[in-house]
Design a protein around this ligand. Structure first.
Ligand code: FSO
Ligand code: SF4
Length: 542
């Protein structure tokens, strides 16, 4: 195996024996294989369109689902990958019948093996290291990781019956491009194009979420517990959240959000459920302690799964692209009502959660809510009460070095406001950093995909202050990354022209030194230094 797609990759170089995330070498190889056959399927679909065939949206969903399953911490289930790979090869074979001229097709498109033993062998040849030149490899992988993130977001929108043919077509074309002999310049352009479509994908999901569940509102979220048995729901899929809330209503079972599902508390449509108690625990990596004390079943709708302890493994359920061997997977296609009754019955047999925290956290500052406060915010900027905004969104992770973000947040001058989204916020969202003229100093827009809101807020401020350039705003970007959704968020920001983004806690291992140079020269991307040095760098002149 060779995998370097996430921030926690071994020694910031690559996982080669087993994943730091817990992924086995077999699963890593199967994920490489799945990406490869999916690139083949994508090429068949691109060719079909070019030859005038209709490509149904269900086929687009296969591509985004396949990519999604390979995201860090989403799916650890070898058997699930065996099946997805075979299904993909069979589907591809059927579609190939539509194509008259097969001359342009790459090996991945023509590959039709169904024998698992042979597939396992092939899997060891088609991974990341199959591209020898490290710069080409770096840009190809940067593109593929961005596409994985984009696919995750687009799949969540699809679950709410929103599709963008444009985004899906791009994902497929880009997958084909990563198999061609492109020059470095062409690959850099592909990376930036991926960012452009990242914005479109996040806009699609924002539209899907807000049209289904309303615009997030300022909300105080309870982090304590009640005395009923309960289900904890993790991941990012709001449609699953809705189904779980409906099905648990009146059963005596409470529902709590975990990690990236916290923002579900901000949506008007979910506030009406009296058994929706609040949020339990912190960012994904603390789950091994927190699931123990939660006592009830946990439903993973997406990543981030940490390999569970035996003590609570029987309480873990997965659905959608998530999976873990030995844990029950709840099926359900787009548009279908999933059946969560087994989890609900399981919850009834469990004790109520043990309280690990008390109090409230405040969130719900997606674009609509922030625009509603625009006058107040503009006034605070004009009067000098707010001097700077600090975008600190992204992901959290287990590395000790991530204490940096807590210390950085604490060290910020009192006249600065943090804009955040994603699970990175757990490093500072319980610090009680106070408010400025009634505006909280941590404005949480929501999940990592709601970074889209942060971009809209920046564009709105640019308009209000009549600036020509988004980089003239008093906004600092100090972003934490972990997995591939953060990659699409980063590429999206670059495509919007945002410069001087600081990215930590370490720069991605998949960026070769030359690619880092390109990003530094053209976009001013930088890594982190110490908290003191960075505070000086950002605020030294103030
Ligand atoms: Fe976090 Fe995990 Fe949302 Fe990621 S829970 S790390 S970027 O999946 O997707 O922020
Ligand atoms: Fe290693 Fe991250 Fe890949 Fe897991 S996802 S194998 S931790 S690089």
């Amino acid at each position: 195996m060779f995998c370097y797609q996430c921030q926690e990759t071994n020694q910031n170089k690559g996982c080669t024996k087993v994943g730091v995330c817990g992924k086995t070498a077999t699963v890593a190889n199967l994920q490489d294989m799945l990406i490869w056959v999916t690139k083949g399927l994508a090429q068949v679909m691109v060719e079909m369109r070019e030859q005038g065939h209709n490509v149904e949206k269900e086929l687009n969903h296969v591509i985004s689902y396949n990519l999604f399953t390979t995201i860090t911490n989403a799916n650890f289930d070898e058997k699930a990958f065996d099946k997805i790979i075979i299904d993909t090869i069979e589907l591809k074979e059927r579609l190939l019948n539509n194509i008259k001229n097969k001359e342009n097709l790459f090996e991945a498109a023509l590959y039709n093996e169904k024998d698992l033993e042979k597939i396992y062998l092939k899997a060891t040849e088609v991974g990341v290291l199959a591209t020898e030149n490290e710069d080409i490899r770096s840009l190809r992988e940067l593109t593929v990781y961005g596409l994985k993130g984009l696919s995750a977001y687009s799949k969540h929108a699809n679950a709410l019956l929103k599709d963008s043919e444009e985004v899906d077509e791009f994902i497929q074309r880009a997958l084909v491009e990563t198999q061609k002999d492109l020059s470095l310049d062409e690959l850099v352009n592909l990376v930036l194009k991926t960012g452009e479509y990242g914005v479109k994908g996040m806009a699609l999901l924002d539209e899907a979420n807000t049209s289904a569940y309303g615009n997030p509102k300022i909300t105080k979220v309870n982090i304590g517990v009640r005395n009923n048995p309960a289900i904890l729901i993790s991941g990012h899929d709001l449609r699953d959240m809705e189904m779980l809330l409906k099905q648990t209503e009146g059963t005596g079972v409470d529902v709590y959000t975990h990690s990236e599902m916290l923002p579900a508390n901000y949506y008007p449509a979910f506030k009406k459920y009296s058994h929706f108690v609040g949020n339990y625990g912190n960012a994904w990596w603390k789950q091994r302690e927190e699931f123990e004390t939660f006592n009830g079943p946990v439903l993973f709708t997406t990543n981030c799964i940490v390999p569970p302890k035996e003590s609570y493994k029987d309480r873990i359920y997965t659905t959608g692209a998530a999976g873990y061997p030995g844990c029950k997977h709840i099926e359900g296609k787009i548009g279908e009502e999933k059946d969560f009754s087994e989890i609900i019955e399981h919850a009834k047999r469990c004790k109520a959660p043990i309280e690990i925290e008390t109090g409230e956290i405040v969130g719900g500052f997606a674009h609509n809510q922030v625009f509603a406060l625009a006058d107040k915010i503009v006034e605070a900027v004009k009067s000098g009460a707010i001097k700077k905004f600090v975008v600190m969104g992204g992901c959290d992770g287990r590395h000790k070095g991530r204490d940096y973000y807590t210390e950085f947040a604490k060290s910020l001058p009192n006249d600065s406001v943090i804009l955040t989204a994603g699970c990175a916020k757990y490093r500072y969202n319980k610090l009680n950093l106070g408010d400025i003229a009634g505006i909280p100093r941590v404005l949480d827009a929501g999940q990592c995909n709601d970074s889209y809101s942060l971009a809209l807020i920046a564009l709105k401020l640019k308009e209000v202050f009549e600036l020509d350039n988004i980089n003239d705003l008093p906004i600092i970007y100090n972003i934490a990354w972990y997995e591939q959704k953060a990659v699409i968020v980063l590429l999206a920001l670059l495509s919007l022209g945002v410069k001087n983004i600081h990215l930590g806690p370490t720069l991605p291992a998949f960026l070769s030194p030359n690619v880092v140079d390109v990003l530094v020269e053209n976009f001013g991307i930088a890594g982190n230094q110490t908290v003191e040095e960075d505070i000086n760098l950002f605020f030294g002149d103030d």
